[in-house]
Design a binder for this molecule. Structure first.
Ligand code: HEC
Length: 319
């Protein structure tokens, strides 16, 4: 069972403490709230600094795409809330960034748009997240050498450090997202054949090349790297994960500060709103049932709801 944090919603006593005169919660909707701390995150929120520095470069570097025309950050950019601001992402071959990114036209047009919304990547380093992607197709599973059950089966390398690193192995293998189409480049060719190991090896070759400037950063970040020949794409994925977990951690909102004891962090209206949510059986029902149930599909929606204290859109029609 996943251990949930924010020790979920509000106990009747807290609510009545906050709002005298507000009717108490029904007993079966009582849930407790508690603030987040470093220990709620992988590596206690403090991965090796060298990995974080390296990961920052990699996250924004188009070198990880077959045609060298798109980076992870094109779809997960801090300026667009770690998403891309679009309903459906425009992958490799598109032009521009954020809401101004376009598909190109006629012969230059992208073949297709990525068929799913690009989710935010806030707080993904929380230990409680044991599945990635909307359908949960990357999940922690000790039965695999990598520690993750994924569409790559046993082909995933065994040096991946956590679930975010497992996830970072995949965007580079997708023709539409990063690899490129048909015979446009050698990475695209291998991706089309489903040769993921080959894709990762070609990317590692780029990272090993002295002219790309990465070798020293990898040596500084990883004990098992002594020279360029030791670099693998798995190491890159570990570094990207470290960057995401440090820079895209967000647990200092007024709500978080309020839970940590700063009673002035939230306005009275916001406190009343929090209590109002706690009073609604359909809302607390969501938290009570879904928060304590491992995600079985639709993970990002679930996660967004959970971390922002709102309900997923698919539930709004019930109100
Ligand atoms: C073309 C746009 C695009 C690019 C480039 C891209 N992503 Fe994503 N990312 C997405 C989409 C779309 C999803 C959701 C896919 C799904 O759920 O099936 C996603 C999902 C994720 C998730 C999982 C979020 C969750 O809550 O489950 C993480 C983490 C992530 N991407 C990180 C990365 C990293 C790291 C890279 C680069 C190696 C990258 N992305 C490149 C569009 C993109």
């Amino acid at each position: 069972m996943i251990q949930m944090k924010y020790k979920q919603l509000i106990s009747a006593s807290l609510v009545s403490m906050l709002l005298t005169g507000v009717s108490a919660l029904a007993d079966n909707h009582k849930v407790k709230l508690a603030p987040l701390s470093d220990s709620d995150f992988i590596d206690d929120g403090a991965p090796h600094e060298g990995k974080v520095v390296l990961g920052k470069f990699l996250m924004f570097d188009k070198i990880l795409s077959g045609n060298m025309n798109i980076s992870c950050a094109t779809c997960h950019h801090p300026m667009t809330n770690t998403g891309d601001g679009l309903s459906l992402p425009i992958g490799e071959g598109g032009n521009g960034l954020g809401m101004t990114r376009d598909t190109g036209s006629s012969a230059d047009a992208v073949v297709e748009r990525v068929p799913r919304n690009s989710p935010h990547v806030w707080n993904e380093g929380a230990r409680e997240f044991t599945a990635m992607f909307l359908d949960g197709r990357v999940e922690l599973d000790d039965a695999y050498p990598s520690g993750c059950k994924t569409p790559a089966g046993n082909n995933l390398p065994d040096n991946l450090e956590n679930i975010l690193a497992c996830q970072a192995m995949f965007p580079v293998t997708s023709a539409t997202e990063m690899a490129g189409q048909g015979d446009e480049n050698p990475i695209a060719v291998l991706a089309e054949l489903g040769n993921l190991t080959g894709v990762w090896e070609l990317l590692a070759e780029r990272l090993r090349a002295p002219e790309n400037g990465y070798v020293e950063l990898f040596i500084d970040a990883f004990e098992d790297i002594d020279d360029a020949s030791d670099i693998t794409y798995g190491h890159a994925a570990n570094a990207i994960s470290a960057y995401e977990r440090v820079f895209w951690r967000a647990d200092n909102s007024p709500f978080d500060r309020y839970l940590r004891g700063d009673k002035k962090a939230m306005s009275r209206n916001a406190i009343e709103g929090m209590a109002a949510i706690a009073r609604r059986p359909e809302c607390t029902g969501l938290y009570r049932d879904e928060r304590y149930t491992p995600c079985q599909g639709d993970c990002s929606v679930y996660r967004t709801a959970r971390w922002h204290g709102v309900q997923p859109r698919r539930y709004r029609s019930n109100h």
